[in-house]
Design a protein around this ligand. Structure first.
Ligand code: GLN
Length: 187
């Protein structure tokens, strides 16, 4: 299987490494011509959603990516990637791809708790060591199609909706490949 990893900015190399260790062929996506129907899935890495959203638009990737996800291409967004997928961003007029029925709050843990590690129970995966870095969480699920997969202290931090998977944390920064394996099972 061939997985595109959006490589405009952020932690794309770590996703590529984990996925290739699981046997996937990786295509780093920087330009429009690299994003084709031949991809079996797409990963949107952590980083800075504002920068990624801007570069997606500038590179002409925005429309084809949004359309492919809408047409059912499996997609996995982590942290900034989850923000790119959200239909609503709290306290902001901005929407990026907006394909997923979730509202998110950016930098939701504030300055004190900007980064932390915790053990999470992730549905379909089990207990998982999660790394959060200036992470968002979902404030609301906007339809019943979006299902929470993990909750941390009452906040939704992983969501599945049909072909879309989103995590507020960074499974690419731990050596545990089970969430990437879960994504590959969605293909
Ligand atoms: N705070 C970042 C944003 O708002 C996300 C952080 C991350 O991806 N580690 O886009």
């Amino acid at each position: 299987m061939k997985i595109g990893v959006l490589a405009l900015q952020g932690a794309f190399a770590e996703h590529a490494k984990t996925l290739s260790e699981l046997g996937a062929e990786i295509v780093e996506i920087r330009r429009k011509t690299q994003f084709t129907d031949a991809l079996d899935g797409l990963v949107l890495p952590g980083g800075e959603s504002t920068v990624q959203g801007k570069l997606l638009r500038e590179e002409g990737l925005f429309a084809p990516v949004k359309q492919a996800i809408g047409a059912g291409m499996p997609v996995f967004g982590t942290c900034a990637g989850m923000i790119l997928l959200a239909k609503r961003i709290e306290e902001s007029e901005t929407v990026h791809l907006g394909t997923m029925d979730i509202a998110v709050r950016r930098n939701a843990y504030g300055r004190q708790l900007a980064s932390f590690r915790t053990r999470l129970l992730v549905e379909g995966v089990g207990e998982y060591p999660a790394v959060f870095i200036r992470a968002p969480y979902a404030t609301e699920l906007l339809s019943s199609a979006a299902r929470p997969l993990a909750v941390h202290e009452g906040k939704i931090v992983a969501v599945r909706q049909a072909n879309m998977l989103a995590a507020a944390f960074h499974p690419e920064l731990t050596s545990d490949p089970r969430i990437h394996a879960y994504f590959l099972d969605m293909l």
